[in-house]
Write a protein that binds this ligand. Structure first.
Ligand SMILES: [Zn+2]
Ligand SMILES: [Zn+2]
Length: 206
């Protein structure tokens, strides 16, 4: 059982009394995304086997994506009870973008442009999009409590042009930081990192 403290934006494990580390929260998100990838590929497999048709495939993809975005967004918000209309607005915007891609996916399938293997791989690639809903949700929640953030590039990986311009090396009010995956060519398929600090501690290491 975890308890969430909105003002410090941390989870506490009620059994051990310890705070859950940020890396562990990120791991929960990655695990959910892996499970989602398996589910999405499963829909494409059923399609390849002729067990469902393209519209049904799109419906299942859309539903699985919605569930996955909501699940990781809940992790970012500190549980579904922390959701506000603005959380739903941000998640909705991300989903809308994915549904548009899904429409194009359906067209490519209908035109016979994809082998079953390509379709399965492409279906699985949607899973990562949920990460943006996680960041958006986390930003929305932390934004209410005067958090500042840095957005850092991973030195080991390649970045799209937008990600480079979104880098923030000094503490910046969250509302002026762009969440990874929002308005960038890589769609968040990158390793941009975020660190946070409460405004009251500005200039001080936590
Ligand atoms: Zn990018
Ligand atoms: Zn990036």
């Amino acid at each position: 059982m975890y308890q969430f403290d909105p003002s410090s934006h941390r989870y506490r494990d009620l059994e051990t009394g310890r705070y859950v580390r940020q890396v562990d929260v990120a791991r929960f998100v990655d695990e959910e995304i892996s499970r989602s990838e398996v589910r999405l590929k499963g829909h494409a497999r059923l399609l390849a086997q002729g067990k469902i048709d393209i519209p049904e495939f799109q419906t299942r993809m859309a539903l699985s994506l919605k569930e996955s975005h909501l699940r990781v967004a809940a992790i970012g918000a500190g549980g579904t009870r922390q959701f506000t209309p603005s959380h739903y607005g941000k998640i909705g915007a991300q989903l809308k973008k994915q549904y548009k891609f899904l429409h194009g996916f359906g067209q490519d399938l209908a035109e016979g442009k994809l082998t079953p293997e390509q379709a399965i791989r492409r279906a699985g690639s949607y899973a990562k999009s949920a990460k943006t809903s996680f960041f958006e949700s986390e930003f929305t929640s932390r934004g209410k409590y005067d958090f500042y953030a840095k957005r850092l590039l991973d030195a080991q990986s390649r970045h799209c042009e937008s990600c480079i311009t979104y880098q923030r090396l000094s503490w910046t009010p969250i509302k002026n930081v762009v969440a990874p995956g929002v308005d960038c060519e890589c769609g968040g398929r990158c390793r941009c990192r975020l660190v946070y600090q409460k405004r009251t501690y500005a200039g001080m290491r936590l």
